[in-house]
Design a binder for this molecule. Structure first.
Ligand SMILES: Nc1ncnc2c1ncn2[C@@H]1O[C@H](COP(=O)(O)OP(=O)(O)OP(=O)(O)O)[C@@H](O)[C@H]1O
Ligand SMILES: [Mg+2]
Length: 352
């Protein structure tokens, strides 16, 4: 006999499909918190995924299949997240009402808030229940994603025999990982620097206040190195990561990095300034950076100096335990910032 409270709540396998690589994270519930069961990533061919759109489902599906096989993950229930032009997240204020009424209200009013034809999107919402009494207004988060962008992912997963039970938004998954691992009462900015985009999500009083996708990212560095030194993409990537020697190109490389980092910083600063202009009483106390681009040497110090706030690298496994026999502690530490979204997805329960 198995008592229900003995059964471990099953979690989904988190799959973060970026434009540079796919990242997989599997956790299990432990007595206190979570154990990390497996982690891994695999590169994707250029153009296979772009601005959140899946262009090459066959190849991406094959790479995910191989990665799961390699990680010996047999569970079929997965969660993935999307971002980009096809996803719209809006925060609205409505009078507090019960869930059924709220649903009807949102379905009839959503056109006002969502810039797409409602027949062409998947729509979901969450009542943040910010109302202090029944009559007050409450904040609702609305999320809509275009079916034409989501459906190819669903079909790809089906073709490789996986069952997506959660479709999340990158920023929400990041926030989820943050909330579990960090103190909640701080005002902070989560900044995910990927290959093709920088996602800024400002969290204040335990809720996302402002979120923005900036369409710049670490791939620009690769592209520019490729162009300046007449390299192929692999050579440029190796040079960027320091895997091949810079030699007499060092000065030029530093200049390229510097110029790009200044541009990113300016964009990040715009969002932070906007937040501060409208939330004077809740100043940010720090920035938490994640994504592969956060590995750029010196970026933390650069942002600290230019933005004037402490900058920390995101470790989504701070409060989790990993068996050092199966997951190398060095790898866990190094891959942490890139795994933030996958870890945020992997916390979600599979029973829905
Ligand atoms: N040490 C490093 N220095 C510079 N860039 C790095 C370093 N390590 C990784 N990167 C870059 O980070 C990027 C990959 O980051 P990440 O895995 O977060 O992107 P992604 O999730 O696939 O992309 P996106 O979310 O933008 O679609 C690549 O452009 C890679 O070159
Ligand atoms: Mg990413």
């Amino acid at each position: 006999m198995r008592l229900p409270f003995r059964a471990k709540e099953k979690l989904i396998v988190g799959i973060d499909i970026g434009s540079h690589s796919v990242k997989v994270c599997q956790l299990e519930r432990a007595e206190k918190g979570y154990n990390v069961l497996s982690l891994g990533s695999a590169l994707l061919p250029e153009g296979a995924v772009d601005d959140g759109t899946l262009h090459d489902p066959d190849q991406v599906g094959e790479i995910i299949s191989q990665l799961l096989k390699h990680l010996k993950i047999k569970d079929r229930k997965i969660g993935f997240s999307v971002s980009g032009y096809s996803v719209v997240v809006k925060k609205i204020n409505l009078p507090a009402m019960d869930e059924q009424l709220l649903k009807e209200h949102i379905l009839s009013e959503a056109e006002q808030y969502i810039p797409f034809d409602l027949n062409e999107v998947y729509l979901d919402f969450q009542d943040l229940q910010t109302n202090r009494d029944d009559m007050a207004k409450t904040s609702i988060i609305l999320a809509a994603a275009k079916k034409e962008v989501i459906d190819p992912y669903l079909e790809m997963f089906k073709a490789i025999n996986l069952l997506p039970v959660i479709v999340d938004v990158d920023g929400f998954a990041l926030e989820n990982a943050y909330e579990y691992n960090y103190l909640k009462n701080e005002n902070i900015a989560l900044i995910d620097i990927g290959a093709a985009k920088i996602n800024v999500n400002i969290i204040s009083r335990e809720a996302s206040i402002m979120a923005r996708d900036i369409v710049v990212g670490s791939r620009e560095l690769t592209d520019q190195l490729q162009y300046e030194f007449d390299l192929d993409p692999e050579e440029a990537e190796a040079l960027k990561l320091g895997a091949s020697a810079a030699n007499d190109r060092q000065e030029m490389i530093e200049e390229i990095f510097h110029t790009r980092c200044v541009q990113w910083m300016e964009e990040i600063k715009k969002t932070i300034n906007l937040y501060h202009a409208t939330n004077r009483r809740e100043p940010l106390t720090k920035l938490i950076i994640s994504g592969g681009g956060s590995n750029i040497r010196g970026l933390t110090q650069f942002l600290e100096k230019k933005i004037g706030l402490p900058v920390e690298r995101f470790n989504p496994f701070t409060k989790m335990i990993a068996n050092p026999k199966t997951i190398d502690p060095e790898y866990l530490k190094q891959i942490g910032p890139e795994m933030a979204i996958a870890a945020g997805l992997a916390i979600r329960p599979s029973a829905i």
